[in-house]
Design a protein around this ligand. Structure first.
Ligand code: SF4
Length: 474
């Protein structure tokens, strides 16, 4: 059986698809190649959320092919679904498989493997084959396998265990696709309708992860709050969380991102009732100008969003509250931008993810003519990032003197000697004095701040999840 490498791009959902594929290929007897340069097959799992994500994928494919001309390159993921011809034209690409056909990649590799066995009885696609035959005979034009994504109901996904800085906190994708149509967003057109894992499968995956020793699991999805709406009878996301706590021994769950209107009183009450849910909410805001929110086809207005933030902050004053913000949406005026800055300034956000508007072919916003000049987008993005840093610094300072429960992360080459990185429930990066193993709970006392993390000492008094004894929340 061939050896393979999966090159991952994009969000956690795409990485979960890659993890599922890796599991399937290993189950069939394929082996993980040590490097891409020695692999028989490389699967490039692409993202298309911005024009620069597309460019990164094309660049990577060119480099992979140059480093290993004999390799079979299968390109899949969101870019492959959106623009398969663009990818099929790249050198070295054997197959372009859209998300609509992603579940068929293992069978495709079986067929490539069988064909290669005919070509050579001595191995999957040895360099000798290249030497013996002209490249033109071996390299047929890339084949494309895509279809109507809205007919795809398979829910691919396996826990993502590795990844930078995330070796101790696996991500489990429990929902895919989206039924909304935000005018800037290409995701529904490349991932299809909202669908979710059955509750029993979620419980089984979480039990497996707990048994393997993981203590914090991150639940993710494209539009996580819509979890279970495709099931009959419908399953509520809050009820799934309650079942996870009742029926598994997972110690801590984190929710990756949730739309603001899915943050209900019931959900916030649930967060406040247990320290097994992290005090961390990430809610896409995108803009705080109602005019721009309407043009984006977002279904809330700034005041609705503000109420959710206040609801969280009243019940959980120490919670991390993060938001995605898009700057430079067509027609965004200085007044709209100022409204977004003032809104963020006025609320207890603890960090922002700032994105510059990127025109995505096929979306409603791509047809709008009143584009914001690049230089203006860059300046607005800088202003938003500066505000994000101020909010994050204020939040870190509010935690000085607090006792927090943290989970140690794996030390790497950037870790100071004698320190151990860790993450708090409220999403603060902490460095604990002393060298400690990864994946351990520590109650720590926050002593000072350095750069974008907090310094801490192991505490003698156990932490109470929602109580800060220091300078207090914002
Ligand atoms: S909710 Fe909007 S932004 Fe999020 S995936 Fe769906 S369409 Fe895209």
């Amino acid at each position: 059986m061939p050896s393979f490498v999966i090159k991952q791009f994009g969000c956690r959902a795409t990485q979960a698809d890659g993890a599922a594929l890796e599991r399937q290929l290993l189950d069939r007897g394929c082996t993980l190649a040590v490097t891409a340069a020695t692999a028989d097959i490389i699967v490039v799992n692409t993202c298309t959320v911005t024009a620069s994500a597309d460019a990164q994928a094309r660049d990577a494919i060119r480099k992979l092919h140059a480093a290993n001309p004999a390799v079979r390159v299968i390109v899949t993921g969101c870019y492959a679904q959106r623009a398969p011809e663009e990818l099929a034209a790249l050198p070295g690409v054997t197959w372009v498989v859209g998300n609509s056909h992603k579940p068929q990649i293992p069978q495709l590799i079986d067929s490539l493997s069988a064909a290669a066995s005919v070509e050579s009885a001595n191995g999957f696609f040895p360099a000798a084959a290249l030497e013996a035959e002209p490249l033109s005979l071996l390299r047929a034009p890339a084949k494309i396998l895509t279809g109507n994504i809205f007919e795809q109901n398979v829910m691919l996904g396996a826990p993502v265990r590795g990844g930078e800085g995330n070796h101790t906190r696996p991500t489990l994708k429990i929902q895919d696709g989206c039924n909304s149509r935000c005018s800037y967003c290409v995701i529904p057109f490349v991932r299809g309708r909202s669908r979710s894992l059955p509750p029993e499968t979620v419980l089984q995956e979480i039990r497996r992860l707990s048994k393997a020793g993981y203590r914090e699991v991150v639940l993710s999805g494209i539009n996580l709050g819509t979890y279970g709406r495709d099931h009959s009878p419908r399953v509520e996301f809050e009820d799934l969380l309650r079942r996870i706590f009742d029926e598994t021994s997972v110690e801590r769950l984190r929710i990756s991102s949730i739309e603001p209107l899915d943050v209900t009183q019931d959900l916030v009450d649930l967060f406040a009732s247990t320290d097994r849910l992290t005090q961390h909410f990430h809610m896409p805001l995108q803009s705080a100008s109602d005019r721009i929110l309407a043009a984006m086809h977002r279904w809330y207005r700034a005041e609705h969003y503000a109420r959710r933030v206040e609801l969280i902050h009243e019940r959980l004053p120490n919670a991390a509250i993060g938001a995605d913000v898009i700057t430079g949406f067509p027609g965004e005026s200085e007044a709209d931008h100022a409204a977004t800055l003032a809104f963020i300034e006025s609320l207890p956000f603890t960090y922002l993810h700032v994105f510059s508007f990127s025109k995505r072919p096929g979306t409603g916003a791509a047809a709008l003519s009143n584009e914001v000049p690049d230089a203006v987008i860059k300046r607005r993005a800088r202003e938003l990032r500066a505000l994000s840093e101020t909010k994050a610094a204020d939040f870190r300072q509010s935690q000085l003197g607090c006792t927090l429960r943290v989970l140690t992360l794996r030390r790497d080459e950037h870790t100071d000697v004698g320190m151990t990185p860790a993450l708090s429930s409220n999403y603060l990066k902490v460095q604990i004095s002393g060298a400690h193993p990864a994946n351990q709970w520590f109650d720590v006392c926050i002593s000072s701040e350095e750069g974008n993390y907090l310094l801490a000492e192991p505490a003698s008094v156990p932490a109470k999840a929602s109580v800060c004894t220091g300078a207090g929340g914002q």
